[in-house]
Design a protein around this ligand. Structure first.
Ligand code: CP
Length: 321
C-alpha cells in the first residue's frame, strides 16, 4: 500500500486493498508499532470552521505520538474571515505545513463544504485530510471499520450492520452514512440503511455502492421502518442526518412529528440478534436518537469507536504524509 502524497477526502477514491491496509496498520499501531519517529518534525495544520471534540483531540494527540507538531486554527481567526480566498489560504498554508486537516461546511448549502476541500487540496500542494464535510467523514468510518474488525475478527464483513437515522434537534451532516456506504461496498460488508422517507442518501453514493458491491460481494438494503430495520441486526449504529429533500423549516416541522418513532431503545435490540452491539459516532443527546439505557448499556461500544479515531488517524497520517 503506497498512499504517500494522497488526499484523504472521500473513500470512493480508494480501493479495497488500500482500506484493508489502513485497518491492518491501525491495528499494528494500537498494539505497539507506533512508528514514533515516522513524522518527526512534520507540521500539521488543523483548519476548523465547525466545532469538534473527538476529531480535533485525536489528531493533535496522534500527530504528537508520531513525532509531528499539530496546530489548530479556527477559520474565524484567519484572514478567511476578512474574505481572503481559499485559494490563497491553501497556497500559503501549503508553504508552511506538511498536511492540512480540514473541517469546514455549512448545513444550509449541501456540497459547498466539499467544494472548499477540493479547492484547498488543489492549491495547497500537501495532503488534505477531510475531518468531516457535508458529504463524508472518512476518518470516523475507517475508525468504525477498525472497531468492527476488532470486535468480530475477519468475520466482521458477514455481520449485519444497521445504519439508522435517529432523531436530533440539530441538523447534521450525511458524512458518516456516505463514507460507511462507500467503505462497506468496497470491503464487501452487509449493510442496511434505515431512515424515514425523505432522508434518502445522495444518489452518487448509492450508485457507487451498487457497482462496487458487484465486485466485493457485500449487500446493501434499505428500510423506512425502524422496527423492521432492526430485525437480525448484529450492530445498530445510530446517526442523525439532514434531509436532502426538505427545507430546514419543513424538516424541523416533520421531525417533531416522528421523534418518538426514531429513538433507538432496548425494544429495538430485542428484534436484533442476541448480543447485538450499539455504535454511535457521537456527539448525541440521550433521549433523542437513543435511550440512555442503550447508550450506557453493556453492548454499547461508543467509547471504543472514539478511541479508535486516534489509532486510525495515526495510520492515515503515517501513510499519506
Ligand atoms: N464523531 C466526531 O467527529 O466527533 P467530533 O465532532 O467531536 O469531532
Amino acid at each position: 500500500m503506497n498512499l504517500k502524497g494522497r488526499d484523504f477526502i472521500n473513500l470512493m477514491d480508494f480501493d479495497r486493498a488500500e482500506l484493508e491496509g489502513l485497518v491492518e496498520l491501525a491495528l499494528a499501531m494500537k498494539h505497539g508499532d507506533d512508528r514514533r519517529r515516522h513524522l518527526q518534525d512534520k507540521y500539521l495544520g488543523m483548519l476548523f470552521g465547525v466545532a469538534s471534540t473527538r476529531t480535533r483531540i485525536s489528531f493533535q494527540v496522534g500527530a504528537h505520538q508520531l513525532g509531528a507538531h499539530a496546530e489548530h486554527y479556527n477559520a474565524s481567526d484567519l484572514q478567511l474571515s476578512n474574505r481572503e480566498s481559499l485559494k490563497d489560504t491553501a497556497a500559503v498554508m501549503g508553504r508552511f505545513l506538511d498536511a492540512i486537516v480540514v473541517r469546514m461546511y455549512d448545513m444550509n448549502f449541501y456540497g459547498q463544504g466539499r467544494e472548499s476541500l477540493r479547492t484547498l487540496a488543489e492549491h495547497a500542494d500537501v495532503p488534505v485530510i477531510n475531518a468531516l464535510d457535508d458529504k463524508d467523514h472518512p476518518c470516523q468510518v475507517m475508525a468504525d471499520v477498525l472497531t468492527l474488525a476488532e470486535r468480530f475478527g475477519a468475520g466482521y464483513k458477514r455481520k449485519k450492520v444497521v445504519m439508522s437515522w435517529g432523531y436530533s434537534k440539530r441538523q447534521k451532516s450525511l458524512g458518516v452514512l456516505h463514507s460507511m456506504m462507500s467503505a462497506g461496498a468496497l470491503l464487501g460488508m452487509d449493510l442496511r440503511f434505515v431512515h424515514p422517507k425523505g432522508y434518502e442518501l445522495d444518489e452518487e453514493y448509492v450508485s457507487f455502492a451498487e457497482s462496487a458491491l458487484k465486485l466485493s460481494g457485500g449487500t446493501l438494503e434499505f428500510s423506512n421502518d425502524l422496527n423492521e430495520g432492526c430485525e437480525g441486526a448484529d450492530v445498530i449504529y445510530v446517526k442523525n442526518w439532514k434531509s436532502l429533500k426538505m427545507t430546514r423549516e419543513e424538516e424541523e416541522q416533520f421531525k417533531e412529528g416522528i421523534q418518538s418513532d426514531w429513538c433507538v431503545s432496548a425494544e429495538h435490540f430485542r428484534r436484533a440478534n442476541p448480543g447485538a452491539l450499539y455504535m454511535d459516532c457521537m456527539p448525541f443527546v440521550r433521549g433523542e436518537q437513543v435511550t440512555a439505557e442503550v447508550a450506557d448499556g453493556p453492548n454499547s461500544i461508543i467509547y471504543d469507536q472514539a478511541e479508535n479515531r486516534l489509532h486510525m488517524q495515526k495510520a492515515i497520517m503515517a501513510s499519506i504524509i
